[in-house]
Design a protein around this ligand. Sequence first.
Ligand code: LLP
Length: 425
Amino acid sequence: PASTGRLPHGGLSVGGVPLAEIADRFDTPVYVLDEGEVRARCRTYRDAFPDADVLYAAKAFLSRAMVRWVDEEGLGLDVCSAGELELAVTAGFPPERMVLHGNAKSPHDIEAALRLGVGRIVIDGPSEIARLAAMVGTGGSQKVMVRVVPGITAGGHEKIRTGTDGQKFGLSLTDGSAQHAIARVLGQPQLELTGLHCHIGSQITDVKPYLAAVRRMVGLMARVRDAHGVVLPELDMGGGHGIAYRPGEPALDLTALARRLRTALVESCAAAGLAVPRLTIEPGRAVAGPAGVALYRVLAVKRTCDRVFVAVDGGMSDNPRPALYGVRYAPRLVGRRPAAQACVATVVGRHCEAGDVLAADVELPGDVRPGDLLAVPVAGAYQLSMASGYNLVGRPPVVAVDNGAARLLMRRETLADFRSRDIGD
Ligand code: LLP
């Protein structure tokens, strides 16, 4: 089984298909997704958390095939827009196994969730409660959770820390707005409060913040019981499970997380005299990230003032993560033995700004040249899903590999796609 610490695609082929063959057949840049690896990661979660509901966080990467794989592997889905929701439903995913998130759900999002019958809607703020109840309508009923900010600092970068006050998500435990919102939700006959939710951040490699969070959440559940006489049956602890982007980096130990989270949950429930709620988790990155490889062609090499710039045919439009979070990747040349002489290079993209850097100060063969293929492992999460149309370069295709065979899941975005949207005169 796959483990989040492994970098399965450091080599030259993925899913039994040589990367060079994929570049020839589908051109570059191209994203390669290893179906077997995605499925293995889903199974690792199911095995580690047999008593929990595991929801794949669709924001990490979504396609119709991905929807089918996670469905077949027994996971649910976390979606955060009508777009993600409708795509999953049209790909055959059962809406009752989905949870809708969002700090600013549009009327369109809520309308789609109610029409399609989404399993849970997670209330993120006070203004949503009456609005949602009104949209459900008299006599109707929608299962909801309340997103709580437990006051825990965790996460790989400031921009993806959501467990503390002072960021836009959820309702604060500290200032009482969570307790207040829970009381209001309980007062709405159209809303059935099934439990509480928290998501403390992303790219977390330590188990401890989850344990602290679960204790605070159980503490709140006990207060809800004391104040309202209601025992909430569910607790959703969100995602955020960190992975290694480079060899040797730490990753969250899923087995340890599962064991220690369960112990903390059981112990704190026992101390509070509460029945243990059903646990939900929502991993995105740890399911999709290590299963993807981004494959580029080197277009230009510039040796200047003691620096080597290796420019490839993609960049920040398909992977904004280095620019946004300063993430470090470990790219490598495909189909080339390491040269006797290595060089320290900066891999840059083709976009019109100096911040378009994919990997700074990485070791590559000293004779790297235009035409070489460059692979960036651990590219399956939050790259294509955050891709943009910058410079009208077009988003890369997605190719699935499995058992030695490659097939196109998503075609390359073309100029015709851009032109078909541009209907002005
Ligand atoms: N549940 C909720 C409510 C979330 O907001 C997220 C991620 C997840 C689950 C899944 O988290 P994961 O297991 O994938 O860490 N663009 C950033 C990551 C943003 C994460 C947003 N929310 C990045 O590229 O690192």
